[in-house]
Design a protein around this ligand. Structure first.
Ligand code: FEO
Ligand code: CA
Ligand code: CA
Ligand code: CA
Length: 548
């Protein structure tokens, strides 16, 4: 191991305190508060982190095909909101296929806050009904299609019994949908590349996302093609990173074109060493690239939400893994590379064109096609960047892996990096198809898996049974080892894990239970098994039982 890596590991070690490490190396299911080393507190303080709960205080579960959200002994879940539930006094309803969640405490409360929830896609069987014989939806079906995607802002609270519930009397609760107007910002706004639009209709295909440093939400438009085609909308208006303020409806929902258009999985925001914004993003497609945007100007905390304008001007880079370099997607570079290629020169005439067709520009400039980069998360411990490469059956990466970027000088603003493979999916690790990622304050990476409904529990995926949540230490002797924390209902995917700040609750989306159902009368899943209900429902849950 190089000296640099040793130093990094040591910093990570002292930065997180040693409890997690001790627990990890002495077996699971035990608390080790006495093992907290002197100095760990000072180090935690130094790193601005107070350890709250070790993610490894549980006995891992075995893979299971049970039609339930299965958790370790001592943990439980409460369903907060399900598809179709009324969320406010106006009568708005919770959308379909909930994905990314992000908790926003109300005035610092531990027991009450807003939960932003993405809604990624719909389903003909349960939402819109089938298309006509010409393969078209009616106007009212298109409305359903668009209404049930986007995002929900719901207000939630923990009652006296510790159960997280929906507050339908909320003054904040509202829907953002495929019908909500969005303004475009940045270089592509009003350009020919987007048909001259500066306002566009709606957001959909909202997969994962992120929180900004100024407490707004970024939601990522991923597989937008089907909906834009079905609703007869200009597909160049989708595939962007969108920003919404859950607390303030007067903050115009916006799409930041400077961050490029591709199949956005999520966004992870940090600061460069000189104070500019760095936003990491994955393009969830086979043979697609990893990106980062660096703002032109510096973040100034006192500017609050005005910092949103930092996402309007800057440079978009894509990663060349062979050279360890971030390649800037500029018009000049693209046109130089495209010299002699009439079709490409026609396509790329302005910087707006480069952003609208960012994935093509990236590959043209030598960025590395990778195996479906999904969530990208900056480690709060050492600023290394974790990327879930979910899988790519086109060349044998069936179970995926998690890549870790090490930016030069630990600076998110660096234009060079090295990388390592942090963990690999497969029988040996117990997980397949890593997707969304989040960290706990014990230095553990929480990873959900997304084996597709058509593959789950079949063939080489049989060993994993249903999709799950895995906890992977990023420090200590068990670094890179996966411990299963949860198992999803039949044909569901678990998405959008998000801890409360005190780590007493984990919000999680259960997406598409019973997705392979063909006959409504005979669903493959009935989760969440509501009394009197006759269908499975994607739902958001709160998991509690975390031990201090
Ligand atoms: Fe919507 Fe990349 O998963
Ligand atoms: Ca995803
Ligand atoms: Ca996925
Ligand atoms: Ca999925």
């Amino acid at each position: 191991m190089t000296e640099e890596l040793n130093r990094r590991k040591f910093l990570t070690y002292v930065g997180t305190g040693v409890t997690a490490l001790t627990v990890a190396s002495s077996g699971l299911g035990m608390l080790a508060p006495k093992a907290e080393a002197k100095g760990a507190k000072a180090a935690s303080h130094l790193f601005g982190f107070n350890k709250k709960v070790s993610g490894l205080n549980f006995k891992p579960i075995e893979p299971t095909d049970k039609d339930d959200l299965v958790l370790p002994k001592g943990y439980k879940y409460d369903v907060i909101a399900s598809y179709g539930d009324i969320i406010n006094q106006k009568g708005d309803t919770f959308g379909y296929n909930n994905d990314f969640t992000m908790f926003f405490p109300i005035q610092g409360s531990k027991d009450r806050g807003l939960l932003w929830v993405n809604h990624e896609y719909t389903n003909e069987l349960w939402v819109t009904g089938p298309k006509d014989k010409n393969g078209k939806f009616t106007k009212s079906q298109i409305e359903k299609l668009l209404y049930n995607q986007g995002g929900s802002i719901i207000e939630i609270y923990r009652d006296e019994e510790g159960i997280w519930k929906l507050d339908t009397k909320s003054k904040y609760a509202r829907r953002i949908t495929g019908l909500t107007p969005f303004k475009l910002t940045g270089p592509a706004k009003g350009s020919k590349a987007v048909g001259g639009s500066d306002v566009v209709q709606g957001t959909f295909a909202n997969c994962s996302g992120g929180k900004t440093l100024w407490n707004t939400v970024l939601s990522a438009e991923e597989n937008y093609e089907k909906t834009s085609e079905d609703a007869n909308l200009d597909e160049r208006h989708y595939g962007w990173i969108v920003e919404v303020d859950p607390f303030d409806a007067s903050f115009a929902p916006r799409k930041h074109t400077a961050l490029g258009r591709f199949h956005h999985e999520n966004s992870s925001m940090g600061l460069t060493n000189d104070g500019r914004l760095a936003v990491y993003m994955g393009d969830d497609k086979k043979d697609a690239c990893v990106y980062k945007f660096i703002s032109k100007n510096k973040y100034i905390k006192s500017r609050g939400k005005a910092n949103s304008d930092l996402l309007e001007e800057g440079t978009l880079y894509a990663a060349n893994l062979k050279d360890g370099k971030w390649v800037a997607l500029t018009l000049e570079a693209v046109r130089e590379k495209a010299a002699g290629n009439k079709e490409m020169l026609e396509k790329f005439q302005t910087q707006a064109d480069v952003l609208v067709y960012a994935s093509e520009a990236a590959v043209l400039l030598g960025a590395t096609p990778t195996d479906r980069p999904e969530d990208v998360e900056i480690s709060p411990f050492d600023k290394t960047v974790f990327i879930a490469h979910t899988n790519n059956s086109d060349h044998g990466n069936i179970h995926g892996h998690i890549t870790r970027f090490l930016e030069s000088n630990d600076d998110l603003g660096s234009l060079t990096f090295d990388f390592e493979i942090f963990a690999c999916g497969g029988r040996q690790s117990g997980f397949s198809a890593p997707d969304n990622l989040t960290f706990d304050s014990g230095g553990n990476l929480w990873t959900v898996t997304d084996i597709s409904s058509s593959s789950v529990n079949k063939g080489v995926h049989s060993t994993f049974k249903n999709n799950g949540v895995f906890v992977i230490p990023t420090i200590g002797q068990q670094e890179g080892e996966a411990f299963q924390f949860a198992s999803a209902p039949v044909e569901a995917e678990l998405t959008g894990p998000c801890f409360t700040d005190d780590e007493t609750a984990l919000f999680l989306s259960v997406q598409h239970p019973g997705e392979e159902t063909e006959d409504k009368k005979n669903p493959t899943s009935m989760w969440p098994h509501r009394k009197g209900d006759n269908q499975p429902r994607p739902s958001v849950v709160a998991i509690t039982g975390f031990k201090y």
